[in-house]
Design a protein. Structure first.
Length: 211
């Protein structure tokens, strides 16, 4: 069974706090999307604000930033569970994973939808705790899931052993079964949850569909 993890992508502190409170009654783990203006034209709250937020949930941090390695020390200090860095603005994938492990973190690598597979260092990825596959272009919520992203997930599942393969982008009640069939262990869900009137009801629906 795949795990559903709510994501939070926001530039509002009040929205962050509201969604954390909503998710604390539903799940044990949340993904905080951290994006800076060097990565996207729609940045989130500042990384330190998101990483340091107070919650009872296990915090996964998805770093869509220039040099995500720069935020690993703060993630370790704040008790983050898994830190996932986008490889597009990363000087060294090997150093990112090694430094995260040195700090006692679980570490993942993320690949954007338009990034060539050749840019991913497979020898490093195979030793990571998670490989996050973007099925939309990173840095914006509410996009439609790409079948190319799911094709990538299938290829990874067939060829590589990883502790977790995460699908991020466009996961909803219409696409979740295809994500599970492709081989996803983790389903990162954003707008499909928070845009609904009854978050708890929607979450339970997605859980049933993911089984």
């Amino acid at each position: 069974m795949s795990i559903i993890i709510p994501t939070i992508f926001t530039k509002s502190l009040s929205v962050l706090q509201e969604r954390l409170e909503q998710y604390e009654s539903l799940v044990k783990r949340v993904q905080l999307d951290v994006a800076d203006d060097g990565f996207t034209a729609q940045p989130t709250l500042r990384p330190e604000k998101l990483i340091s937020c107070a919650t009872m949930l296990i915090k996964d941090v998805h770093l869509m930033t220039v040099e995500p390695i720069d935020w690993l020390e703060l993630c370790a200090k704040e008790g983050v569970g898994t830190v996932i860095g986008q490889i597009e603005h990363m000087s060294s994938q090997k150093e990112f994973v090694a430094e995260g492990r040195k700090l006692g973190l679980k570490v993942g690598l993320a690949v954007d939808l338009e990034t060539a597979w050749e840019d991913l260092e497979w020898s490093v990825a195979e030793g990571a705790d998670q490989l996050l596959v973007m099925t939309v272009r990173a840095g914006q919520e509410g996009q439609k899931l790409s079948q190319e992203g799911l094709r990538r997930v299938k290829l990874i599942r067939e060829k590589v052993f990883l502790k977790e393969i995460c699908v991020d982008g466009g996961v909803n009640e219409m696409t979740i079964k295809a994500c599970v069939k492709a081989g996803a262990d983790v389903l990162a869900v954003g707008s499909a949850l928070w845009k609904t009137e009854n978050i708890s009801e929607k979450y339970q629906q997605l859980v049933k569909l993911s089984q």
